[in-house]
Design a protein around this ligand. Structure first.
Ligand SMILES: NC(=O)c1ccc[n+]([C@@H]2O[C@H](COP(=O)([O-])OP(=O)(O)OC[C@H]3O[C@@H](n4cnc5c(N)ncnc54)[C@H](OP(=O)(O)O)[C@@H]3O)[C@@H](O)[C@H]2O)c1
Length: 332
């Protein structure tokens, strides 16, 4: 049994931590809930108890063994070193430490052994990256991927609870003939989409797109794979979708790819060329697996394969993956 804290307990990812720690019966002695001073005194339910939210400070971690951290990158940078100094192991959902050479970046279906190399911090990868690598890795093991081109269709909850609220508020405003307010996103999201997730970098890609490149290289230990991503925000509340194209060294037939993916951990193949015979974000919402469909050989390239990947990014892309990491850590 462990003394556990959730930093960012009142957020979109924090809410999933509370649900999933209970659902998976994670062994907890005492649970501490931390957020900003705005949330101090709020009560959140866990296993039938109402726990009072406390302010996240550098002194929050005395006596805490394990911290699930989802309070944003700046808070991760500021407070995680204090948690580590206090003797806690931290599983961080932000990008603050993901590419640090001493910090394992873990997707338990792919590199669980890295968990044991931690020096106090284990990083949970970017949500779009996790669901992509869950599908890429078994194909890479079978046929060696040389190149990946991916386009994402990312839900509004990827930007936290304010992102979900903005889609609902704009939709309601439009239905009531009111002006649409834009605050969480760079432009209108209701009845719209835009190819802009996170900030633009000097190379013309966005930071989210470069996370998909750099984090995939680290998790799969395959820096030689060429990767290009276009990340798009779409008016969906929950679960990210991705159209993925790969080139492999050995040719993969559609049937081979289907069989490999069916046997791979954490994946459900839904791949029938009929109405509804493919995964959608609506049906993937609040589920735990990574769904793959639309698997087909690329007729424009002899060793090309293309497919569609959908997963609930608040679960597999964040809280669930973090808890799976903690389960590896605690059960060995
Ligand atoms: N959303 C996703 O799909 C997703 C996926 C993977 C990773 N992540 C990462 O997970 C983290 C949380 O994301 P989210 O979507 O849950 O965001 P969110 O819904 O905006 O929640 C943010 C949380 O951080 C807390 N917080 C904000 N400012 C704080 C401060 N100054 N001091 C202490 N706590 C503070 C908030 O507390 P208050 O309620 O008191 O403001 C809230 O609990 C981010 O690093 C994000 O990049 C998110």
């Amino acid at each position: 049994m462990k003394n556990v804290a959730i930093a960012g307990a009142t957020g979109a990812v924090g809410a999933e931590f509370l649900k999933l720690l209970e659902l998976r019966k994670f062994p907890i002695n005492n649970l501490k809930l931390l957020a900003s001073e705005r949330s101090v005194g709020k009560k959140l339910e866990f296993c039938g108890e109402h726990i009072t939210v406390e302010e996240l400070t550098k002194n929050s971690f005395q006596g805490v063994d394990l911290v699930f951290f989802s309070a944003g990158k700046e808070r991760s940078k500021e407070f995680i070193p204090h948690a580590v100094d206090a003797g806690a192991v931290v599983i961080d959902n932000s990008s603050a430490f993901r590419l640090h050479p001493d910090v394992p970046l873990v997707v338990p279906e792919i590199n669980p052994q890295m968990v044991f190399k931690h020096k106090g911090i284990i990083a949970n990868p970017n949500c779009s990256t996790i669901q992509m690598v869950v599908a890429l890795n078994p194909l890479h093991q079978a046929a060696t991927i040389k190149r990946v081109v991916v386009s994402t269709y990312q839900s509004t909850s990827g930007a936290g609870s304010k992102g979900m609220r903005e889609l609902l508020n704009q939709t309601q405003a439009w239905l009531n003939d009111k002006p649409l307010e834009v605050s969480a996103f760079p432009t209108q999201i209701a009845f719209n989409l835009f190819p802009h997730v996170d900030v633009f970098l000097e190379n013309g890609y966005t930071r989210e797109e470069m996370k998909m490149v750099n984090e995939t290289h680290k998790i799969m230990d395959a820096p030689e794979i060429g990767i290009s991503a276009t990340c798009v925000r779409v008016p969906v509340l929950r679960a990210h979708s991705e159209a993925v194209w790969i080139e492999t060294e050995q040719k993969l037939s559609r049937e081979d790819a289907r069989e490999i993916l069916k046997k791979a951990p954490g994946i459900i193949v839904k791949d029938e060329p009929v109405d509804g015979g493919y995964p959608t974000p609506w049906e993937a919402s609040e589920t735990f697996e990574t769904f793959v469909g639309r698997i087909r050989e690329d007729f424009s390239h002899p060793k090309g394969l293309t497919f569609w990947v959908v997963a609930d990014q608040l679960n597999k892309g964040a809280a669930l993956n973090s808890i799976q990491i903690a389960e590896v850590l605690t059960t060995g």
